[in-house]
Design a protein around this ligand. Structure first.
Ligand code: ADP
Ligand code: MG
Length: 378
């Protein structure tokens, strides 16, 4: 442990985290727009998770920052320096990919030393530095193994060591855990985070797994169709999603049929008039100008009360452990998903008439989607 601590000190002493800025980054492949004006600033030493559906431009964003891809327009800044035209090998960026990209004919230590050799670092210094990094990722005893003699998790540790060998200013991780077993994924998630914090290295971590993003990142950047939708700390993203897209991508949302009134910024839902958070959908998006919209609320924020005179009815219950997820059919036939503490289920059997109450605070509103209450974000 003392060895490791001193190793960490040696490594971190040589570097402080850099600021990374994407400015109006644009990149198309033929008819496909991969990046559509991406703006994002990552603070020194911060871990930002890029989260978004497949094809939204996450990998392209990392590859342009690493210098493997040229943007059509826009600017990349590292510590204020424009690196848009700088070739990849001079960018000072380390990258780890989803699939193990180790050189199969090189041992673990030679894989880690590869970049050092390319940069002309002498043999003794190479050896010392690579050994230091193997120590750092907890695999000093596997220095002589070839990639096929290592597990997936061990290979990703070696890939991480290799990416850090040249003391990059920025670390880029493109779904580094996606190919691993669930248990290994959890362990490595924590290890990467600890290492990143100890080194203080500015890190961009791409994932399509919301739980991974929320559990690891200082801030989560949700991307959609080549643009940034919202970037915020995990709890803020969950509690105050800026848009319906973020709300439904991060966590679970119930959709409740509602009616937008006159242009006074309120909606009527479940017998309540509530202010709208953010933007009301435009008139063109509201079904046939009827004012029909959906209000988006977290399932646990909806209060369910057993009520003999209630006009809504519980039609389904799924046990989730501490909570139970209820499907409630509304008077007008729509269905709403709500989460209640499991201990409250004694008074809320399937078939029971109930009243649903929304929290008294501004709500997100989206255009009405038929036959659709609550959906999984991923
Ligand atoms: N080299 C390429 N040639 C053609 N299309 C590409 C290329 N790279 C990415 N794309 C397209 O650009 C879009 C964004 O891709 P990508 O950045 O890989 O998304 P993500 O990593 O979020 O899944 C996708 O539609 C993808 O098919
Ligand atoms: Mg990708």
């Amino acid at each position: 442990m003392t060895d490791l601590t001193s190793t960490l000190e040696t490594i971190s002493r040589t570097r402080t985290g850099a600021t990374v800025e994407f400015r109006g980054l644009q990149r198309s492949f033929g008819a496909t727009t991969a990046l559509d004006g991406l703006d994002l600033t990552v603070e020194p030493g911060e871990l930002v998770a890029l989260l978004g559906p497949s094809g939204c431009g996450k990998t392209t964003a990392l590859r342009t920052l690493a210098g493997f891809e040229r943007p059509d327009s826009g600017t990349l800044l590292v510590d204020g320096e424009d690196i848009t035209g700088v070739p990849a090998h001079r960018r000072d960026v380390g990258m780890v990919f989803q699939s193990y990209s180790l050189f199969p004919h090189l041992t673990a230590i030679d894989n880690v030393a590869f970049g050092l050799r390319m940069s002309g670092v002498g043999k003794a210094a190479r050896r010392a530095r690579s050994a230091e990094l193997l120590e750092l990722v907890g695999l000093p005893q596997h220095a002589g193994r070839f990639p096929h003699q290592l597990s997936g998790g061990q290979q990703q540790r070696i890939a991480l060591a290799r990416a850090l060998a040249l003391r990059p200013r920025v670390l880029l991780l493109d779904e580094p855990l996606s190919a691993l077993d669930a248990q290994v994924r959890l362990t490595l998630r924590e290890e990467i985070r600890r290492l990143q914090q100890q080194l203080g290295i500015t890190t961009l971590f791409v994932t399509h797994d919301q739980e991974e993003a929320l559990s690891m990142a200082d801030r989560v950047a949700v991307m959609r169709a080549g643009r940034l939708e919202q970037c915020a700390p995990p709890a803020e993203l969950y509690e105050h999603p800026a848009t319906a897209f973020v709300a439904e991508f991060v966590g679970v949302m119930s959709r409740i049929p509602a009616r937008s009134g006159a242009d006074d910024g309120t909606v009527d839902a479940l017998g309540r008039t509530l202010p709208v958070h953010g933007r009301l959908p435009g008139a063109a998006e509201v079904a046939g100008g009827t004012g029909e919209v959906d209000v988006l609320v977290r399932p646990e924020a909806i209060e369910v009360t057993a009520d003999g005179k209630g006009t809504s009815r519980i039609v389904g219950a799924t046990f989730l452990g501490a909570t139970t997820r209820l499907t409630v059919r509304l008077t007008d036939g729509g269905e709403v998903m709500t989460d209640v503490p499991t201990h409250a289920m004694a008074t809320l059997p399937v078939g029971a008439p109930v009243t649903l109450t929304l929290p008294d605070r501004p709500v997100l509103v989206d255009r009405h989607r038929r036959g659709n209450s609550g959906r999984d974000g991923s």
